[in-house]
Design a binder for this molecule. Structure first.
Ligand SMILES: Cc1cc2nc3c(=O)[nH]c(=O)nc-3n(C[C@H](O)[C@H](O)[C@H](O)COP(=O)(O)OP(=O)(O)OC[C@H]3O[C@@H](n4cnc5c(N)ncnc54)[C@H](O)[C@@H]3O)c2cc1C
Length: 700
């Protein structure tokens, strides 16, 4: 923080109406702003500029006095840009030259680097609010509820009602899933006054890496205010925040060595989250997330001010056009590939923090500064980006890509599709060899993940009262019981199997997409998703499915209905596929697209391969990931825990195989018995996984 003495703001704040006199339960505001930081201040300024405030009832809820200079907002822009014109009164300084990491100074007159003290922004907006008679209520905002499309905001001073709310409170990042990257951009800076004129007031220095990296990415910033005064900052990108005493010592050493004796005018410290996490849109249609909560801070740099300014323009455009529906969906358009680049860089900074120095040094050395500004503004073309990446340490980025693909399932989909491709190439030359190749992959897949994902059910047992022995006993009894039911009531058993498998597959798909199963309608949709998956596989392989089912004792007659069933082949396959595609469009989750692709690719394979492709590459790998995430365990220890049960299941299956194959030498019969076997052992698994997923929903 920059600690200046700021009596002026106190004076202005005292001029705003007293909070308590303003709580009137009958007032319904048009707009309520939670927080008066950068995000909301810029929106208010934009609304004021366009005259969209008059005739509106507006209030701001901000518990702090906003009377400390807690930040500096810097950004580059062309002198003619509206951001520069609009904020001219509060731009305290700008630089027309830049030095990067000791390199010669470069002219940036076309896009100077502007500097705004946060206190000036606060003072500016508070003055305007006072003039417009807009109250700043000194309350803490708490929960929001919606009553007949009016939002009730509970605050420390009472309830406020509004038609629309702008919410800039960022929730804590403490509960991020282990899949998300979180780093701190922490810094400590000194505003100093030197005895001698040592600074060029129009030139600033960015990213000077002439400092021990100490297992982080660390660098200095120097932002002069005059020939004798400057802000000098030590910044760290890292999982640990910078220690202030450590930073103080380093800054003192640097300043004394380079500029001689000095006095401290003010200190600044702060931390900007650098995270892959994306805040979801507000659940309420009339509540718009703003500022950092609208994902406006670029994860890899911490710059967000210009994004917030542009977002404010979009918000005021919507309000001008009375385009309020849905208000919570208003967003700044961003190209998704830049998010991908940010994630690659964050992964590097997390895994190999020392590489940061090399990456940034290479970037600034090889590229024109305006291209870099354009790149950081996410406005470069793909060609320019390729040139930029070519100048960076490519292997580090490839390693980072590998980690990213692994995390986002990209690697397994890549592996699945390469395997499928090889299968089709072999199939072109030899059907038998391709089948053997397919069976080989199935065996590997089943051993590595297909069976193990169901072999750790003992870790999911919900009631801790029963011992492991009792648990296994109950588990086995359920399997045996269901096996007997199959024997006596095969038709009922197969229908029951299709129903609970549909439920299980759908539940696991939605879990993978991060959709909470918290209502009946979502459960119904998840069931229909699972059912569509099964029906699609069965009806696109109808003859084979009939052949397998006819081998189940008691279901031999299914063959008599072959003609009737064939009538449903195309309609049911199509309905299933269309339903899955509609769900994909509604949920807009990439995982759905991969699921659909896997199912379509399977159409051209025999039944067992098509089912295994879905079962191993989609269902089991998803479930394995859920187990790892929620049991907080890595793959190898989890696999070790699965191993005894995997061996048990395999022994049973081997006995079945020997019995069927040696005795009858009938592949369909083996598939039918394998099917019953899988159905029986999956019943307790489905129940336990459901309780496991549900437990998480309740905990959330
Ligand atoms: C130290 C620092 C320096 C930065 N420098 C730059 C920079 O140079 N350039 C750049 O582009 N970006 C910069 N950023 C990033 C970004 O621009 C800022 O973080 C910016 O302030 C984010 O705006 P915001 O509105 O989301 O949050 P804030 O500005 O933090 O505002 C949030 C407001 O909400 C209020 N609030 C919180 N809880 C409640 C509650 N329960 N009820 C009511 N009000 C509440 C807070 O008091 C605060 O006033 C910097 C960030 C930091 C932390």
């Amino acid at each position: 923080m920059l600690f200046y003495d700021l009596p002026l703001i106190d004076h202005i704040m005292n001029k705003t109406k007293s909070s308590t006199t303003f709580i009137n339960n009958e007032t319904v505001y048009d707009f309520l702003f939670i927080g008066l930081g950068a995000g909301n201040s810029l929106i208010l300024l934009s609304l004021l500029k366009r005259g969209l405030i008059s005739n509106k009832k507006i209030a701001v809820v901000e518990p702090t006095k906003k009377n400390t200079n807690d930040k500096t907002y810097c950004f580059w822009a062309s002198p003619n840009d509206s951001i520069v014109n609009d904020l001219k009164p509060i731009i305290s300084h700008y630089y027309t030259a830049i030095e990067v990491n000791g390199s010669p100074s470069q002219n940036i007159e076309k896009q100077p680097y502007y500097f705004i003290k946060s206190i000036d922004l606060y003072e500016h907006i508070i003055n305007k609010l006072v003039n417009e008679d807009i109250p700043i209520l000194s309350f803490y905002a708490d929960t929001i509820i919606s009553v007949d499309e009016i939002y009730h905001l509970n605050t420390s001073g009472g309830t406020l009602k509004s038609k629309f709310i702008f919410d800039s409170r960022t929730p804590p990042y403490s509960q991020l899933s282990s899949n998300e990257i979180y780093l701190n951009q922490s810094f400590y800076g000194l505003h100093i006054k030197c005895e001698k004129p040592v600074f060029l007031k129009d030139s600033f220095e960015m990213m000077n890496f002439n400092v021990d990296q100490s297992d982080f990415t660390q660098f200095f910033y120097t932002l002069p205010f005059s020939s004798k005064e400057s802000l000098i900052e030590l910044t760290r990108f890292g999982s640990e925040k910078i220690d202030l005493d450590y930073a103080k010592k380093i800054l003192d050493k640097k300043i004394k060595a380079e500029y001689g004796s000095y006095e401290i005018v003010a200190e600044e410290s702060g931390c900007i989250p650098m995270t892959s996490y994306q805040h979801p849109k507000n659940d309420f249609q009339g509540v718009l997330n703003t500022g950092a909560k609208a994902n406006l801070i670029k994860p890899s740099t911490g710059y967000g001010f210009k994004n917030m300014y542009n977002f404010a323009s979009i918000v005021s455009d919507n309000i001008y056009n009375e385009n309020f529906k849905p208000f919570n969906q208003i967003s700044l358009h961003k190209k998704s590939r830049f998010r991908f680049y940010d994630i690659l860089l964050l992964t590097i900074l997390l895994k190999w923090p020392k590489k940061g120095k090399k990456i940034f040094t290479n970037l600034f050395k090889s590229q024109n500064i305006y291209t870099i500004f354009l790149f950081l503004d996410e406005k470069t073309t793909v060609g320019q980006e390729l040139k930029i990446f070519a100048s960076l340490p490519i292997f580090t980025f490839i390693k980072s890509l590998f980690i990213h693909l692994k995390k986002t399932n990209g690697l397994r989909y890549l592996f699945s599709f390469v395997s499928v491709l090889i299968y089709f190439i072999i199939h072109y030359y030899s059907n038998v060899t391709s089948l053997n190749f397919g069976y080989f992959l199935i065996i590997i897949g089943l051993l590595l993940v297909g069976i193990p994902h169901g072999s750790v059910d003992h870790l999911l047992k919900i009631e801790n009262k029963s011992s492991l022995f009792q648990f296994i006993l109950k588990y086995l009894l359920l399997i045996i019981f269901y096996f007997l039911i199959w024997h006596y009531f095969p038709l009922f058993s197969i229908i029951f199997f299709i129903l609970y498998s549909s439920f299980h597959f759908g539940e696991s798909e939605l879990e993978e997409m991060g959709i909470n199963l918290n209502s009946i309608s979502i459960y119904i949709r998840s069931f229909l998703i699972g059912l569509s998956i099964l029906l699609f596989i069965i009806f696109t392989h109808l003859n084979e499915s009939i052949e397998v089912i006819s081998k189940i004792g008691g279901l031999e007659n299914i063959k008599l209905y072959t003609n009737e069933l064939i009538m449903f082949k195309i309609p049911l396959s199509l309905i299933s596929l269309v339903y899955l595609s509609c769900e994909f469009l509604l949920f807009k989750k990439g995982g759905f697209l991969m699921l659909i692709l896997i199912l379509i690719v399977g159409c051209k394979m025999p039944l067992i391969l098509a089912f295994s492709l879905y079962f191993i590459c989609q269902h089991s790998l998803n479930a394995w990931g859920h187990l790892k995430l929620k049991l907080h365990i890595n793959s190898i220890p989890l696999y070790k825990k699965a191993l005894p049960y995997l061996i048990g299941a395999l022994s049973l299956f081997l006995a079945l195989f020997i019995f069927d194959f040696i005795g009858l030498f009938d592949l369909y019969r083996l598939q039918a018995d394998g099917f019953i076997f899988l159905a029986c052992i999956s019943l307790p698994h489905v129940i336990l996984m459901h309780l496991f997923y549900k437990k998480k929903v309740l905990e959330n």
